[in-house]
Design a protein around this ligand. Structure first.
Ligand code: NAG
Ligand code: NAG
Ligand code: NAG
Ligand code: NAG
Ligand code: NAG
Length: 311
């Protein structure tokens, strides 16, 4: 989507009007240089005033900011990089990022998020990296949250209170390369397995995660405890050598199938087996087919596997 079809012109006009009023100053405690404003660790309790309108990179990290005012943020229509990590932001609303539609990088990690409104990121179609890790009060994400963030490549969801994810939440993220999932109290019932199957059949590189995501509350009777520990999310199952745990994972899937819930499970399992076979046999041709990005992601994947083996 080109930026011109976004909220551009209206915000530009508005920005221009506000620009005449506010001028191009620099917030008192921050440093401003060449389209970059750095307010890191300056004990701000709220979003600072007087941020130059041509700012492209804004660092608000290590402060005590509790919310992001959409009006002020929306003036920065050139903003591509926004770092809000280590603050006390408690919610993100539908309109919070409506004016900063050029954003490529957004870091909301280590805040106190308890609510991310469903359309919060719906204008961020250029967003490449999103970090919402370390927000332990964040208990759920709506399935439309990522509906329009179609450029997303790296998504960090570690250490939140998330118990489950809807697999359809990720269906528009065709360029997603890394997804971090560890440190969450995943509740591994049948609907969650639907999501893990999605993880297996996509070309994601989950091994980038340094820890294995685990289920805190398996609702599937019996099986997990036979593994002699916490059940793991077997999203690394596309692996040349299948371990006992991989088979246990397949058993879990079978449980869901034969519990008679959803016929698509069968499709899921077939897809897993098919993808596994296809991956092994066509490593070389694929690289020509998809070009550079696949090579890059393969490399990451291999590194991940090596790391996983040494761990
Ligand atoms: C920001 O805060 C984190 C943790 O609170 C700390 O580890 C880090 O050193 C701080 N960074 C700066 C630049 O103040
Ligand atoms: C996300 O933020 C956390 C905490 O600020 C950091 O440790 C982690 O490396 C970030 N994730 C990515 C993918 O950069
Ligand atoms: C973080 O949010 C929770 C509820 O969501 C609240 O109880 C707590 O006081 C907040 N913490 C801070 C430091 O604001
Ligand atoms: C995605 O963006 C388009 C165009 O900006 C908008 O019409 C649509 O409502 C958005 N969808 C969601 C789910 O936010
Ligand atoms: C699985 O758990 C999630 C989170 O508690 C819940 O929303 C969902 O309805 C559950 N699904 C089934 C099939 O029990």
């Amino acid at each position: 989507m080109s930026p011109a079809s976004g909220p551009g012109p209206r915000w530009l006009l508005f920005s221009f009007g506000m620009g005449l009023v506010s001028g191009s100053k620099c917030p008192p405690s921050c440093q401003c240089q060449a389209e970059e404003v750095i307010c890191t660790g300056t004990q701000l309790t709220e979003y600072p005033p007087d941020i130059p309108l041509n700012t492209r990179r804004l660092f608000l990290n290590n402060n005590s900011i509790t919310y992001l005012p959409a009006m002020n943020l929306g003036l920065l229509s050139d903003l591509v990089y926004l770092d809000c990590r280590d603050n006390l932001i408690s919610e993100v609303m539908d309109y919070t990022f409506i004016g900063v539609f050029r954003l490529l990088y957004l870091d909301l990690s280590s805040n106190n998020l308890s609510w991310v409104s469903p359309y919060s990121f719906s204008m961020l179609s250029n967003l490449v990296q999103l970090n919402i890790s370390n927000n332990p009060h964040l208990l759920a994400l709506n399935k439309y949250t990522f509906a329009n963030t179609s450029s997303l490549r790296h998504l960090d969801l570690r250490n939140t209170g998330l118990q489950t994810l809807d697999h359809s939440a990720f269906q528009n993220l065709l360029t997603l390369q890394t997804l971090y999932l560890s440190g969450n109290p995943w509740k591994c019932n049948c609907s969650f397995l639907d999501f893990t199957i999605y993880l297996i059949v996509t070309h994601l590189n989950h091994p980038a995660d340094d820890q294995t995501a685990t289920c805190v509350e398996p609702e599937l009777p019996g099986l997990p405890h036979h593994a002699g520990g916490e059940p793991r999310l077997r999203y690394m199952s596309i692996h040349p050598t299948w371990t006992t745990k991989d088979y246990i994972f397949l058993l879990l899937i079978s449980f869901c199938i034969f519990a008679g819930t959803v016929p698509p499970w069968l499709t899921g399992v077939c897809a897993v087996v098919y993808q596994n076979a296809r991956r092994k046999s066509s490593d070389a041709e694929d690289e020509d087919e998809h070009g550079q990005p696949v090579e890059v992601s393969r490399r990451i994947s291999r590194e991940g596997r090596t790391r996983a083996r040494t761990a």
